[in-house]
Design a protein around this ligand. Structure first.
Ligand code: NAP
Length: 339
């Protein structure tokens, strides 16, 4: 079987990575079409190392005859065009926040809750979780399976690529301006991002949390277990690619470092690099361009019973977004669309 695939937001950070991964994985596509705004119509984007594809205008694009559409054009655009694609018979895998908490739409990390994918049929839409949630639940799932998680306290260190291609330019331009003693321009971030950390991602909620922090809590509960309490502090850091998280987890049942490390080593998509020595842990620089979720610095937390702390790092554009979406598409091809 061979499928027709549209990549909506195909000129963006996530969309370009989707095209790269579809090509790398030799996804069984007879046609792949990048779609973006009218601004980019006619432009060429890479498909793998050797091919280029012409970008089409989303407003004029007809999804009829397409099997799968990978969407990452921002929530407002997905709100309009994802249901349009879905009603044309195309299965939408949406990377934006638009549909994640809709009870009729599955929110999926294939290594964690693959069975949820089958529920796409109600709306023809599957939601991809937030990048920070994906890498955290990848590490939590094998631990939850052996000791039941009660509560998670997490602080994130999120790269600027998570805020789109213009945000990457802002970090670059501000850094250059500082070295050249030129004025600093701010557009995407609320404060200077070069040589700084900003504890503010997405809008503030009435309880004082930011929406990014709220997403980590509600998405973890939807994907993994509705009884897990999550307290998150999300911080933007001056790193181009890769998110890191310092995670503290309280369990219902006894768990020690050996049990936890063994469970994590068995988990698909997770790599444990934990040597308690110089360079014996993974940082953002090393995870950029990689597919695995890396766990390091795992240790018992002596301040409370049944508690562990660890550090988890992943490429937010790959496992945090594009790779997860392509894995969902691969699951559909293998289990749902195969006849
Ligand atoms: N970056 C991450 O780590 C990450 C992770 C998970 C989810 N997401 C989500 O994925 C979405 C995209 O993120 P990104 O980082 O790829 O952003 P980005 O680099 O800014 O790219 C945005 C993409 O959306 C397209 N677009 C914008 N407005 C459009 C419109 N009116 N009609 C059609 N296409 C339009 C852009 O096309 P033009 O080039 O033509 O403007 C571009 O292809 C966001 O909702 C984000 O929250 C991102």
């Amino acid at each position: 079987m061979s499928y027709r695939v549209a990549v909506v937001g195909g000129t963006g950070n996530v969309g370009r990575e989707m095209l790269q991964i579809l090509a790398e994985h030799e996804f069984p596509a007879k046609e792949v079409v990048p779609v973006a705004s009218a601004r980019s119509a006619g432009m060429e984007v890479s498909y793998g190392d050797d091919d280029v594809l012409k970008v089409r205008d989303l407003d004029k694009f007809d999804f009829k005859g397409f099997d799968i559409a990978l969407f990452s054009p921002g929530a407002k655009v997905s709100a309009v065009h994802a249901p349009r694609a879905a009603s044309a018979g195309c299965i939408v895998i949406d990377n934006t926040s638009q549909f994640r908490m809709d009870p009729d739409i599955p929110l999926v990390v294939p290594e964690v809750n693959p069975d949820a994918i089958a529920r796409y049929k109600k709306r023809n839409i599957i939601a991809n979780p937030n990048c920070s949630t994906i890498q955290m639940v990848m590490a939590l799932k094998p631990l939850h399976d052996i000791a039941r998680i009660k509560r998670v306290v997490v602080a994130t260190y999120q790269s600027v690529s998570g805020a789109g291609k213009e945000a990457m330019d802002e970090l670059f331009n501000q850094t250059r301006a500082i070295y050249m003693n030129a004025p600093i321009e701010r557009t995407r971030f609320t404060k200077q991002i070069a040589f700084n950390c900003i504890p503010h991602i997405d809008v503030f909620m009435p309880d004082g949390a930011t929406k990014e922090e709220w997403k980590m809590a509600v998405e973890t509960r939807k994907i993994l277990d509705p009884n897990i309490a999550v307290s998150a502090t999300c911080v933007r850091v001056p790193v181009f690619i890769g998110h890191a998280e310092a995670v503290n987890v309280e369990f219902e049942n006894p768990i020690d470092e050996t049990m936890a490390l063994a469970a994590l080593r068995r988990a698909p998509g997770v790599s444990v690099i934990d040597h308690r020595a110089d360079e014996g842990y993974v940082t953002q620089i090393e995870c950029a361009g990689e597919d695995m979720v890396y766990v390091s610095r795992l240790r018992a937390d002596p301040t409370a019973p049944n508690c562990l702390s660890f550090w988890v790092v992943a490429d937010n554009l790959r496992k945090g977004a594009a790779l997860n979406a392509v894995q969902i598409a691969e699951h559909l091809v293998k289990h749902e669309l195969a006849v």
